[in-house]
Design a protein around this ligand. Sequence first.
Ligand SMILES: [Zn+2]
Length: 158
Amino acid sequence: MEKIASFTVNHLTLRPGVYVSRKDHVGAEVVTTFDLRMTAPNLEPVLNTAEVHSIEHLGATYLRNHPEYKDKTIYFGPMGCRTGFYLILAGDLESKDIVDLLVSMFRFIRDYEGEIPGASPRDCGNYLDLNLSMAHYWAKRYLEVLENITEDRLVYHE
Ligand SMILES: [Zn+2]
């Protein structure tokens, strides 16, 4: 079988950042898949599932309530390797277009207190597997990249 595009990215040199993973044409529309890379693959520790899960719940809640992006958000969810997330948005977009969105989203996660939205057995398949403190930690860490982002953290390179 053909190697899919996301497996051709050199994970040995990949650093935390915001990258365009792919663009797909769906009918007349373009949808952009972003690689929100939070930790350097095969170099730094990965996120544990409880914080991945917490960021997923809070990030999805933020995006689905955003005045501009709620209608453009197709999907937000974790990578199986637990080094980041995929965000799929309607539109032909570049990484720099969404930096402000991500800064406000990860500030929301960093500062969030109280019960995580959807943290109940009715609303979630594993509602006890959440860790808000570690979600705060990872959001704070990713914001250090996002708030001072440089070109090399916006475009894949070899
Ligand atoms: Zn859940």
